[in-house]
Design a protein around this ligand. Sequence first.
Ligand code: SF4
Length: 389
Amino acid sequence: MNEPKIDRSEHSQGEPSQGEPSRSEQGRRARIRAALLDWYPRVRRDLPWRRTRDPYRIWVSEVMLQQTQVPTAVPYYERFLEEFPTVEALARAPLDRILAHWQGLGYYARARNLHAAARLVVERHGGRLPADRAALRALPGIGPYIAAAILSIAYGQDEAAIDTNIARVLTRLFDYDGDLTRAAGRRALEAYARALLPPGRAGAFNTAIMELGATVCVARAPRCEVCPVHADCLAHLRGTEELRPRRPEKRPTPYRAHAAAYCLRADPAGGPERLLVVRRVPSGLLGGMWELPTAEVGAAETPAEALRRALAEHLGMAAHAGEPVARVEHGYSHFRVGVDLCPCTVEGEPRPTGAWDAARWITPADRPSVGLTGVTVKALAALGWAEDR
Ligand code: SF4
């Protein structure tokens, strides 16, 4: 393949140049646009959210895909839309039911925001997502990327969407080595995205560049040899593709020690034993999700002591906690926890305060109706609860 002439001097691996691009740069951008729009229909994966232009369905897919890989998201997406087929259905549903459907996807603020936003869409916009950037951005959980994705894909507006995949492709196409965590880096990306956007075809172009980032221009070992724009990609031509985007400096991940109470109670009616779970308050990390009563273990405490303290303070219960019988580890976005699991007997009924706003004694049959945190799912598997009952 003949390599097109590219004015490489125009790109200094720094800020995008101001003013009108040179003729050769305009040509390079035009070839990238054309190549991607030609490539995408030939290779596109048949994903359920690509069979619709319904703004609600596109919104749900974009929220799920923010922190979830496509193969994981597909079954969740289909079940979620079967259960909540419209904005109205989502707005009417209790948060517990939504969180139960979200269980396992993590980043539960996404589900809480979807629910809160659906209610506002019904209240303010008659149940239809607005086709207006400011009105969309006023809804909980809709940031610049999701707003641009909805506007371009569902409403055909000329909006440039930038998610992690697109950001990676743009930094490589323009060989940009600025820090993307800084405002200047974000401005540069926006300028690059706008520079490539084909008027009238933004939805198709955004989807094409997302697909390139997901399947070809991947984070490690990009597959430049099969890339439809390799002849016009500055990072590839300079051999810097593996260095883009610039990696932020790694900080050590903080580690926290937790203890969780495994409290079982016999059913007076002779049914299966019941397990005590508590619901986290709606705001903050894992808000609205159910978990085993859990305590942070202080430096001078044992796990059993931490649980006795926490159950007295936050559930108003006297607890007799035993030594840990198992331990699970779990990673969150900014820290890791190690959780010691302690069998516990408690007196009285729980009266949740502080970090919890509800408590239930559940049987294995109740499990599908409560959205359990990821670490609780791991803990119950380690304890063998509900598996052999
Ligand atoms: Fe990414 Fe390589 Fe394609 Fe450039 S040529 S866009 S680095 S896959």
